[in-house]
Design a protein around this ligand. Sequence first.
Ligand code: 6GU
Length: 234
Amino acid sequence: MRFDIITCLPRLLDSPFSHSILKRAIDKGLTEVHVHDLRDYSPSKHRQTDDYPYGGGAGMVMMIEPIHRIISKLKEERPYDAVVYMTPDGLTLNQKMANSYSLLKNIIILCGHYKGVDERVREKYITHEVSIGDYVLSGGELAAAVFADAIIRLIPGVLSDETSALTDSFQDDLLSPPVYTRPAEFIGMKVPEVLLSGHEKNIELWRMEQALERTKSRRPDLYDKQHVAKPNIS
Ligand code: 6GU
C-alpha cells in the first residue's frame, strides 16, 4: 500500500514514520510513504501556497494551483483509490474506516492548514474527508500520521503476531481487558490468580468478562452495540 502525503510542513512527518512499527513496515516493503512538500509545486518564486480569503476575514487559505499541480502529477504516475483531505469537518475516524482504507492500494492524503483549503480543491480532487476527533489541531499533519498509523498496522505482515490487530480494542466494539506482566506480586499488589493458572479456557472467559465490564463502565455507547448475551455485571 502506498501513501502520498501532501503538506507544507514535511518535516513534521519525519518522526512518525522513522520509528518502531511504521518504520519496520516501510523497511519490509509492506508500505511506502512519500511525503511531498507543497511549496515545491508553487508557481510563485516565493514558494507561496496560501493567500488571503476572498470576502475578508482572519486566516489564510490554501491555494488551488500548487495542489492541482502535485495531484495531477501523482495521478499521471499511477491510479489512486482515494484522495483524502484531513480536516476537522471530515468524517470522524473509527476502526471500521481504518479497516476499509487498509484494503486500498494507493492513497493521497492532503494535510489541511490555516483556515482550510480553497473549496474548489474539495470539489475537484478530494474523494474523502477525514477528521481524527472533535477538537482542533494546528494542522492536518499529526492527524495524517494518526490516520496512516491506524491503517498501516492492519496491513498483513506489519504486526509480528498477525492476530494481534484483530484482537485490538474496537475491532469488535469492545475495549481490551487489563494486562499484567512480571512480577506476580509488587508491593502487595497481586496479578489475578486466573492468569497464573495456565487454564486457557478460564483465562479466555475472564478476559471476555473484563472486556465487557470495562466497555460497559467506560464506553456504554459501545457496550450497547454488543450482540452477545451479556453476563450480569453490576
Ligand atoms: Cl484532520 N485537522 C485538524 N487541523 N484538526 C483536527 C483534525 C484534522 N482532526 C481533528 N482535529
